[in-house]
Design a protein around this ligand. Sequence first.
Ligand SMILES: *Cc1c(COP(=O)(O)O)cnc(C)c1O
Length: 395
Amino acid sequence: MYGSVKDEIGTTLQEIRDAGLFKDERRLTSPQSAHITTAKADALNFCANNYLGLADNPDVKAAAAAALDDWGFGMASVRFICGTQELHKQLESAISDFLGTDDTILYSSCFDANGGVFEVLLGADDVVISDELNHASLIDGIRLCKARRLRYKNADMADLRAQLESASDARRKLIVTDGVFSMDGYFAPLDEICDLADEFGAMVLVDDSHAVGFVGEGGRGTPEHFAVMDRVDILTGTLGKALGGASGGYVAAHQEIVDLLRQRSRPYLFSNAVAPTVAAGSIKAIELARTSDEGREALRRNAELFRTLMTEAGFELLPGTHAIIPVMFAGEDGARKAAAIADAMLEHGVYVIAFSFPVVPVGKARIRVQMSAAHSEDDVRRCVEAFTAARAQVG
Ligand SMILES: *Cc1c(COP(=O)(O)O)cnc(C)c1O
């Protein structure tokens, strides 16, 4: 009996449209890359998480294609029944070696990794202290555990200290943060977080999805950037961004933690194993990220050039070095302006996305630009020209 539910849902959908929050999906008619095509037009893509340009890399594709022949299309099983191939163990070892952890456990996505990690490690006597801007999957994963939940203001170490002080009676304490906050491109101050963790006897979990593969000298992410690789207890991350961009996530951590997750973590126990092609492509992507600095250097060059040219052109950027570069449109009219400029830029063949409240705070509307190693210098210049032209059009 669908009955009145039809109208109720219709009303909700209309409310989403009226608030200007309805999300339409653009259909690509090409692989994911710096240059994409849609049914309507060709575009330069500045809004994918394809940081190292590996999503369409020939070596990654070849590895995936070879795995299709050697290992088949699907696993049709969870890992512990009969869904573990040599490939899955190789991928877990590759991640552990890269990140310097004892062991790694794979999930279908980082969303699942974050959904499966807290419940196993924390009970009612424990406390989890979470940055207010953490990713939705961390928030949901934390909701699934019985620990006391505390939040601290974004990257605010005084507030984190206050929360830790208020949690002194807890059995286990776990501080949880994104390595990079995706709307700002800001780093979590992991060195200070690890200091506080030591002082208060807490563990640290970092979700490094927007950093693994390209942040830090060797691409090992924010713990490498802050020189705290041996002080972060639990790393979660995705294979769906810089590391090939297909799908899959992981928890990389101390041996006992990974061992227990294999026994108890529900998204691992009750969801299908990662497909062989994805595992093999990801192994290749990690090898490429690990053995060459070329991609990271191209990415840094592009980000630097974009920041310089946009600043010269009079745009307001959030400061930083990350490949996420928010172009800000302040004030009451900011949300409308950002949306109008993003639309106009598409007409100039550049695809970027505007964000406004409630995704970001009121008055902090922005166009979030994401650099890729796959962009050429000319691509970056064309993006800046499109910004300038669109601003003139919109006024
Ligand atoms: C993208 C992202 C995820 C989700 O990763 P998937 O593998 O796509 O599920 C989780 N956490 C953070 C911080 C992310 O940026």
